[in-house]
Write a protein that binds this ligand. Structure first.
Ligand code: 5GP
Ligand code: MG
Length: 202
């Protein structure tokens, strides 16, 4: 894997994002809704720089990705959402790729009759969008490629990296192979304890 965005670069950009957001809402109460799970690191950093009366909630969006990195069917779980009726809402996600996830989330949130909905993402991939909407706040535009770190995973690994890295072809191959071997071992032992799985440092 190859580092794409350094920790300091990300921290500077998140601070600028927070300044823009604080300026826009100008003291009005804001409800920040983080999209699980990829946004947790961004939300944690962003909210500590927001100079506003603030509430924080979460919503879950899964686009069932298998061993490969292609997007699949989208499922949204809003059961953990706080009451957002008549509130100003800022949806925060890790990455705007095709845009289908964020577009669907904005629709779902809008149906709950908030006062307003805006959106912020850490990354936007260029030339991938399949929807009309655009996020209101974008920290970085990046070329197409599968990225991990700063909340973003590949098969549940790498979310804790303080930087963003792009996976390379042999990372994908090595990790998939590792997973297949590991699944086979768990299966042979009669249980699946993948959670404790050690991922080799690629
Ligand atoms: P979209 O619906 O915009 O195509 O995809 C958005 C979601 O897919 C993001 O919230 C993120 O969870 C996931 N995703 C898209 N591209 C990447 C990527 O390069 N790396 C990771 N880890 N997740 C991605
Ligand atoms: Mg996501």
């Amino acid at each position: 894997m190859k580092q794409l965005l350094a920790e300091e670069q990300i921290q500077d950009a998140v601070r600028r994002l927070a300044d823009d957001i604080s300026e826009y809402y100008a003291g009005r109460p804001l409800t920040v809704i983080g999209v699980l799970t990829g946004s947790i690191v961004l939300v944690a950093d962003l909210i500590r720089h927001l100079d506003l009366p603030l509430r924080v909630g979460v919503i879950q969006a899964r686009s069932y990705r298998g061993p490969q990195t292609a997007p699949g069917q989208l499922a949204i779980d809003d059961s953990m959402l706080p009451d957002i009726r008549e509130r100003d809402v800022l949806l925060v996600d890790d990455i705007f790729d095709t845009g289908r996830t964020l577009a669907a989330l904005v629709d779902q949130i809008t149906a709950l009759e908030p006062r307003s909905v805006r959106s912020a993402v850490l990354l936007r991939k260029t030339g991938r969008q399949q929807v009309e909407m655009r996020p209101d706040y974008v920290a970085f535009e990046i070329p197409d490629g599968f990225v991990v770190g700063y909340g973003m995973d590949f098969q549940d690994a790498y979310r804790h990296l303080p930087y963003v890295a792009v996976l390379e072809a042999d990372d994908l191959a090595a990790n998939v192979l590792h997973r297949i071997v590991y699944d086979r071992m768990s299966y042979d032992r009669g249980h699946d304890d993948r959670r404790g799985c050690f991922f080799p440092d690629l």
